[in-house]
Write a protein that binds this ligand. Sequence first.
Ligand code: DON
Length: 304
Amino acid sequence: MDCQPIVDKTYKKVLAMENSGNVASYIPELAKVDDTKFGVCLTTQNGEVFTAGDATVKFSIQSIAKVLSLSLVLSKIGDDLWKRMDFEPSGTAFNSLVQLESENGIPRNPLINAGAIVVCDIICELFDNPKKALLDYVREVSGIEDLQYSENIAHSEQQTGYRNFALANFIKSFNNIKNTCDQVTDLYFYLCSIEMTCEQLSYTFGFLANRGKQFNTGKTIVTPNQAKRINAIMQTCGFYDEAGEFAYKVGLPGKSGVGGGMVAILPGSYAIAVWSPKLNKQGNSYRGMKFLQYFTDETQDTVF
Ligand code: DON
């Protein structure tokens, strides 16, 4: 199917609207981004690629990378993951601490910061060199051989990551972090520092539209059932306290990051990435939300 006309039409429509919201500034390095950037890329199972705007400009994928750390851990330990966290939506902000106290340090899901930090702890348990293992894994899934962490972004977040240090320490007080908090937060900050273009990001997430096998290469990244479950977790938890709105307006599993990126999956068909740095109050890209809403309104092809 030729999606280019709908991509172009939707891109123009959103570009003509007011570019509302604010760039994330609590990570100083992210505040330096050009907030007029706006890119889209849709990659299909059949190898078609449809783009608009700044689709080949690199940006910080931030929390979108939490789906990749989840995939790595699920592929290694399977359902044992659920001894350490749950898979329920939190209905709270991505960096919230409140539920952990009454829920004994068991994070609600792997896509909020608390859950992603425990996932990083498991990666530290599984590998002698966790940073290298994670980077090698993302290189393999994405096919980007020279992918590197962004030292600038990781260090910038390390300087101001008070909430993430608090989360790690709080969870450790319940014995649900096994390594030192410094080891775990270090890996977490590096995970969030990964940069990709919309083109690279939409290809990387192709395996979730293809029952766990990567587009083109056919490489198994996760099992078909694990792909189903990761999509379900993205649908219910990928947008934090805006997950309901994303399901209602877009109708696809997806994940956002405070760098202004967003991915969404139509299982059996495509993965799409959108990037626009200005964020709404919930920390999700303002234009990204609009684009995906109007896009699926046009295609009338969603999981619902
Ligand atoms: O931990 C943080 O605050 C950031 N590294 C990631 C947050 C994020 O991307 C939330 N997503 N919308």
